[in-house]
Design a protein around this ligand. Structure first.
Ligand SMILES: *Cc1c(COP(=O)(O)O)cnc(C)c1O
Length: 384
């Protein structure tokens, strides 16, 4: 299988919708009611039930959910939130939206890319308001330990669950350990609808705040006025337009029914990758075999032993073997905007992973033949 042009033969991620998804969206489009309304309510109720939490508030991105979660935690100018740097930038940038300062803590290491609770503890100051945990690639961060640490210090725990819908720690769903769990419905996420997110919580106050601020802190919504529940509104705070629309909620609701089956296939493919990759010299992968069954297996991260081999490997995979890869993630504290704002910060374990990580293709309809091709390409290139 040689590369046949601009598009790789084996993409990092690929999405297949079913007829029922298309029908659900078409029905909304025909109904003529496109913004947040009854389908969004139905999606929220179904997601909350699926997760086992009191409230799911749908918004237009996980970034918006993180912003609302930090605001609900009381984060404002002068406050600090301890976050990992081995994440997508949104985990940290949403702290800046509040006027707060993200304080980066290192990860556990090559074997587990989660934020290190001991590193978090060392960064707590009188200005700390919250701690954010990212469940990297769908594998649980130590939110049990972090929950206890946050309780001890009176801090909020915000879970960035963008990678980990339906994953668990000790039988309890990720996203229900913190004061708020923020999910993503972005195109390449497991439960994708294009653009969208959800804030989940058991706390009525957090849910009320999120519902209010997602729509300009107005006391009634367009649907309420359309259905005659009220004819006017007041604005009672500084809110945003973080609303989701009905076609996306309908798509999310339709796809939610197949989420568990989708993840089960991902787990099978992940186990297969782990057994096939195990004996390739110069390559490792994080998280233990026993963690796969509790993970949502969003992506398959590997690391190369020698950082200088990483970028040439990625180029060879793409150009010689038609295999698309990505880097999850360049470290957030090393981005220009963060360096300029916060100055130099040293996070050795994060920096090592940022220089050695390669994310290889994983999606439910990835075939064994394609998987063998990816593994063969890695074996050939690392032997070269
Ligand atoms: C994708 C992602 C986000 C942002 O999600 P959006 O829905 O695109 O705003 C935040 N955190 C992590 C870890 C992500 O992977």
């Amino acid at each position: 299988m040689a590369s046949t042009g601009t598009f790789p033969d084996i993409p990092l991620f690929d999405l297949r919708l079913e007829q029922e998804d298309l029908d659900a969206v078409a029905e909304v489009l025909r109904s003529g009611w496109l913004t947040m309304g009854p389908r969004t309510q139905a999606f929220e109720a179904a997601f909350a039930e699926h997760l086992g939490c009191a409230h799911a508030v749908a918004v237009n991105s996980c970034t918006a959910a993180l912003h609302l979660a930090y605001l609900a935690a009381g984060v404002g100018p002068g406050d600090e939130v301890i976050v990992p740097a081995m994440t997508f930038a949104a985990t940290a940038s949403a702290v800046l939206y509040c006027g707060g300062t993200p304080v980066f803590a290192d990860i556990l290491g090559d074997h587990d890319f989660s934020i290190d609770p001991d590193a978090v503890r060392a960064k707590i100051t009188p200005r700390t308001k919250a701690v954010a945990a990212v469940h990297f690639a769908g594998y649980a961060a130590p939110v049990d330990t972090l929950r206890a640490l946050c309780d001890e210090h009176g801090l909020a725990l915000v879970e960035d669950v963008a990678h980990a819908p339906s994953a668990v720690l000790g039988g309890k769903k990720l996203g229900t350990w913190g004061d708020a769990g923020c999910f993503s419905l972005f195109s390449n996420k497991i439960l994708s609808v294009g653009e969208g997110g959800l804030l989940c919580t058991d706390d009525d106050r957090v849910a009320d705040l999120a519902r209010s601020l997602r729509s300009h802190a107005m006391t009634s919504g367009t649907w309420d006025r359309h259905t005659g529940r009220t004819t006017t509104y007041d604005v009672v705070g500084l809110g945003f337009n973080y609303r989701i629309d009905e076609p996306r909620s309908a798509l999310g609701l339709s796809r939610l029914g197949r989420l568990e089956a989708d993840i089960e296939i991902r787990r099978g493919l992940t186990r297969r990758y782990r057994s096939l990759l195990r004996d390739i010299p110069g390559l490792s992968f994080p998280f233990g075999d026993e963690t796969v069954e509790d993970s949502s297996c969003y992506v398959m991260p590997i690391t190369v032993d020698e950082p200088e081999r990483r970028d040439p490997l990625r180029i060879a995979l793409r150009e010689k073997h038609g295999v698309q890869t990505s880097v999850f993630y360049p470290a957030v504290h090393e981005f220009t905007a963060y360096r300029e704002r916060l100055g130099p910060i040293s996070l050795p374990r994060t920096e090592r992973v940022a220089r050695t990580e390669v994310t290889i293709p994983l999606f439910p309809h990835l075939t064994h033949e394609q998987q063998d091709h990816v593994v063969g390409a890695l074996r050939a290139e690392l032997a070269a």
